[in-house]
Design a protein. Sequence first.
Length: 427
Amino acid sequence: MRRQRPVWYWLAFGAPAKLARIALTYRSVMEACGLTEPPSRLRLTIAAATKRTPSRMVPRLTRVRVTASGLVLRIKMQPGQEVHDFETATERLRHSWRAYAVHVSALSPGWLQVKVIGYAVLRRVVMPRAVDPKLLSVPVALRSDGAVHARDFRTVAHELVMGATESGKSVYLRGLVSGLASQPVALVGIDCKWGVELAPFAPRLSALACTPEEAADLLDALVVEMSERYELIRTVQRLGPGSSPESMTSDIWGLPDDMRPVPVVVFIDEVAELFLTATAADEKRRDQMVTQLVRLAQLGRAAGIYLEVCGQRFGAELGKGATALRAQLTGRISHRVNDETTAKMALGDISPVAVLAATSIGPDQRGMAVVGDSSGGWSLVRSPLTELADAVAACAEYAHLTPAVPGLEAFRPAAPGNAFALAPDKD
């Protein structure tokens, strides 16, 4: 049961044992970890009157909640304590309580939450069933604290996904595509590796570019589409004096349902291929593509155009415009990387600890990644295994939901026929 059904084992045996351990050792563990404070003046006075030795004040444990992955402790801190004191003691708490991991987060002034993880939740990822799916939000991974990590394009418009070969980057991309396939969203693919990664999802793609030449034309069309959407927003803003203030908007989400264009998610696989040049003509095309990409990253959110940029390395060495584009990609995901410099490209401006965590991912931990954002927060996640056949089947099932974007019709992939014909026998 412990191997095959870890949640059942935890709820039946692990949680009661962990509760008993924490209840019996709570005070001694707090004292050993240096999480106590000297007694107050009132307690010193009472102790002097009763001729007793006052004990140090321990953070008060007010509530314990059992979850499918561990325990959640609600603690009231003593005067003089801060959340950082508990964050620095997480490793000592983990070993003292024999836990797999300990995560500390602030709730309100004077209160904090401690998550005690009872087993290795990332060893075998099982995603819970989505109860209330949201538009442009897809649960793609499980975090080390047992929570679900969702890719929400409405919150984080653009994201950079980095990882070495066989790190799980393609698996993450498949899960994201299959999750968006059932939503009223236009999916656009740019795959300059001759389409080997994104071409299988053609039934659900509104546009696909498989070469740098096609990518340049597609990016130009996307910028034109973005400009038309801004003109539509301006048209609504120019309504007459009798219009209500509620009708005013600065993005497509404030438009009426019958006027709102469909949101567009652009997947770019191996972005470095867009920057590589061999001739002067290639360099001119590269500069044009990078300019259009930066424009989409800067202005696309209000127009409902979102970027998901994937690559093995993405830094200033790629050439002009690479740093400007990376700065516009708020979301960051780093799978296993080949060197520390690559991890710094994705997470260096977020947290040095996140860089260290990304470089600690081993080759046998496929799908493991560090997720960060511009706020400085980060977490360790792992994507569930999504087979290519399952993602292709999802795209074929929801092919009828593929929206027609007039400006991108020229790039819509043809319906696949006998694409993989076998070579005839010579005899």
